[in-house]
Design a protein around this ligand. Structure first.
Ligand SMILES: [Zn+2]
Length: 295
């Protein structure tokens, strides 16, 4: 009983510190803010740099990768960024670094360590017929071509904020979904983890754009079936898979809540549902996070 009393407050305090927003004065009037000092695999952090004069060039890097920064208004002295933590990023300490030329002309650097913690994802072990684990050479080729296409999309960073306001769950009246990060072992072989959020829904249910953006893919892919990918700018993409119908074309601009297709069971699925993915600079993040943590 005593141990309980002694241990519990300690645990609570530690959790609170890790999840609390953090702030760091970097000198030269620059202040760095993060929505938390640590993050679990598959989550995102909001970063803010304040005290930045309009003519000052700032460079931000998250784990060595350059991250886009944006101002909400041209006259604002605050820059924003969104850091995605891939669902398979190994746990450990990573650096968020900003650099700029100081008011005295000297190069300035400010860093902050961010701890990535292992996410708690269930593992599903299934025994299925061989053909479902090993596609034939033609199917394999198709899947690889799809993968190349997706990589080319995610390699492109549109230097513009295309979204406006809150990101929304792409189905009406739905607030939560499941399966994100689930590890799958098929016939004893580890497969890539489930990178999206699944929403069970009746086939034909309308699917809406989570935010405004540009449709960069609207076609049938081998695993994800009828798929739509929307570019929201600054390396932020949402993906909608297994649709029965696609209602948009690549190149279309869509508004938030605009219908883009209908729920279906195309591709490799066991039943109708919407698979919703979020990618931020290649990091596969739980899409529900962008609804909860508004960029
Ligand atoms: Zn799914």
């Amino acid at each position: 009983m005593l141990a309980w009393i002694w241990v519990l407050p300690g645990v609570a305090a530690r959790t609170r510190t890790a999840l609390a927003p953090m702030k760091k004065a970097c000198g030269d009037g620059i202040v760095l803010k993060l929505s938390a000092g640590s993050a679990t695999q598959g989550s995102l952090l909001l970063a803010e740099i304040s005290g930045v004069q309009a003519n000052r060039e700032m460079v931000a890097e998250w784990d060595g990768r350059s991250m886009p920064l944006w101002r909400e208004e041209t006259a604002s002295t605050t820059l924003h960024s969104l850091l995605g933590v891939d669902l398979e990023k190994p746990a450990g300490a990573y650096e968020w670094k900003i650099s700029w030329t100081g008011s005295d002309g000297k190069p300035m650097v400010c860093t902050q360590a961010i701890t990535v913690r292992t996410g708690k994802f269930p593992t599903e072990r299934l025994t299925v017929e061989k053909q479902f684990v090993q596609p034939d050479p033609e199917q394999q080729k198709r899947a690889e071509e799809d993968q190349k296409k997706m990589k080319a999309i995610y390699d492109t960073v549109t230097p513009e904020v295309l979204w406006k306001g809150k990101f929304l769950v792409p189905l009406k009246g739905v607030t939560t979904g499941g399966n994100f990060g689930r590890r799958r072992v098929l016939n004893g072989e580890a497969r890539s983890p489930h990178a999206g959020v699944d929403f069970p829904a009746v086939a034909g249910t309308p699917v809406y754009a989570a935010q405004a953006g540009k449709v960069v893919l609207a076609e049938n892919l081998y695993y994800s079936g009828n798929t739509v990918v929307i570019d929201h700018g600054f390396g932020i993409y949402t993906l909608y898979a297994h649709l029965s119908e696609i209602g948009v074309h690549a190149g279309d601009s869509v508004d938030v809540s605009e219908e883009i297709g209908k729920v279906g069971a195309t591709g490799r699925v066991t039943g109708p549902h919407l698979h919703w993915g979020l990618t931020i600079d290649h990091a596969r993040v739980n899409a529900l996070q962008i609804v909860q943590h508004q960029p």
